[in-house]
Design a protein around this ligand. Structure first.
Ligand SMILES: [Zn+2]
Length: 430
């Protein structure tokens, strides 16, 4: 088949399947895979697995044996489908997370109803990212319905717990070599980054806890004790005066969106000190205070310097005020990732977006983090991006939705790039 007629055949196969794509995304939404705690994963993995099976994939299920969050009440089940073409490689892997965040308040439609109205599919997970999973499945199916045999292979996975770090999902599969650079060449994660944007990575995350220690005393004679809450106040004040302006002055060359997230940032996540506020109070000087911080660091900063900066700030304070005793604990570290500049998957998606949408793709990076990190760091697959239907801003919000047009267009884009990345057709010619 000629290149132009191949594109036409695949594009019209997607268009003919439009209702089916929306219906499959809605069926996924109707399974409330809320995380935490991780509900209905088996049901959702099996719905995806059955569809992949119907569409000619060999399907395998993987429970995250050995992970503490994999329990009888909340089993962590992942699914991978494989469809081989002429050869095993190149192998394109499309990955979507099955879990959604809790619905929260403020909905005017059923968050798990899968309602379609005025060209929008509504529900928790509509954009993040059950529409993306449907796009991946029907990108592969449109190629098959167009009568094209792939030169390489395609894999589609549905994985758990992305919203809580992905440790029983992509990380577990990568640790057990089910996702690996030894058999996968390119990865597209159809997260909702907008239909004309390619996401090439994310900032780093450093969660840490600072604990200040005081000395208990009678609240009527606070001068006879040492108040750990006041010392935490001094820590927070030093962070605000010294650290925050320094972070604000640093800008990454990575195109993080929104713009304000191009700087390094710090958020105080939690604070607790002294007696429980809801309990009966006795007059005591607080001898302990703990605070949890969420530091997002830039590729250019790196983790070691990020941690050192906090450690130095605390050490300097303690030198100035010998009574200020503290401990610093690491809670979580996620290193930043960035897709290489010469990435085949980026170049291919750029071409497909130009063909389908008639405009140039923008490159963005995520202010948060997603499963890209595990593909990069554990599976060793560098040629990985996020690209998928839906508007990032409505993810995790009440009345979350995905445009049906976006869903259909993203399916076309992923289908064309799958053809190209599997070596089936080259669309680089004008
Ligand atoms: Zn997501």
């Amino acid at each position: 088949m000629h290149v132009a007629s191949t594109i036409d055949a695949v594009v019209s196969a997607v268009e003919r399947a439009a209702d089916e794509i929306v219906e499959f995304a809605a069926a996924l939404i109707r399974i409330p895979t809320i995380n935490p705690p991780g509900d209905h994963y088996i049901e959702c993995a099996q719905l995806l697995g059955r569809k992949l099976n119907d569409f000619g994939f060999d399907v395998q299920y993987f429970e995250a044996e050995g992970r503490p969050e994999h329990t009888a009440a909340h089993p962590r089940m992942n699914v991978i489908g494989r469809r081989r073409g002429h050869r095993p490689r190149p192998n394109v892997h499309l990955n979507g997370h099955l879990d959604v965040v809790p619905a929260g308040a403020g909905w005017t439609v059923d968050p798990f109803g899968g309602l379609v109205r005025d060209g929008k599919l509504y529900g928790r997970g509509a954009c993040d990212m059950k529409a993306g999973i449907a796009a991946a499945v029907f990108a592969a199916e449109a190629i098959r319905r167009a009568g094209i045999e792939l030169a390489g292979s395609i894999e589609i996975s549905g994985t758990v717990d992305e919203e809580s770090g992905g440790f029983a999902g992509v990380a577990w599969l990568a640790h057990h070599n089910h996702l690996s650079a030894n058999h996968i060449d390119h990865v597209i994660i159809p997260e909702p980054l907008n239909v004309d944007r390619i996401c090439i990575g994310h900032r780093g995350v450093y969660w840490f806890e600072v604990e200040t220690h005081g000395r208990i005393g009678h609240g009527s004679m606070p001068f006879l004790g040492v108040n750990a809450i006041e010392h935490m106040g001094i820590v927070l004040d030093r962070i605000r005066r010294q650290l925050l302006p320094a972070l604000m002055a640093r800008t990454t060359a990575v195109p993080v969106v929104p713009d304000a997230a191009r700087h390094a940032t710090l958020n105080v996540n939690a604070i607790s000190g002294g007696q429980a506020v809801e309990g009966i109070q006795t007059p005591c000087v607080a001898d302990r205070c703990r605070a949890v911080f969420d530091r997002r660091f830039l590729l250019e900063e790196g983790f070691d310097a990020t941690k050192q900066e906090i450690a130095d700030l605390l050490r300097d304070l303690a030198t100035e005020m010998p009574q200020l005793r503290y401990e610093l604990h690491d809670l979580m570290v996620v290193h930043p990732v960035r897709t290489p500049d010469n990435s085949a998957v980026v170049r291919s998606l750029e071409r497909s977006i130009r063909r389908i949408l008639g405009r140039e793709a923008a490159h963005v990076a995520s202010p948060g983090t997603y499963d890209h990190k595990h593909f990069d760091r554990i599976a060793g697959i560098k040629d990985c991006v996020a690209y998928g239907p839906g508007v990032l801003d409505v993810a995790h919000q009440p009345n979350e939705w995905c445009g049906v047009d976006d869903l259909v267009n993203a399916t076309k884009v992923i289908a064309l790039s799958t053809l190209e990345l599997t070596g089936t057709y080259s669309f680089s010619a004008p």
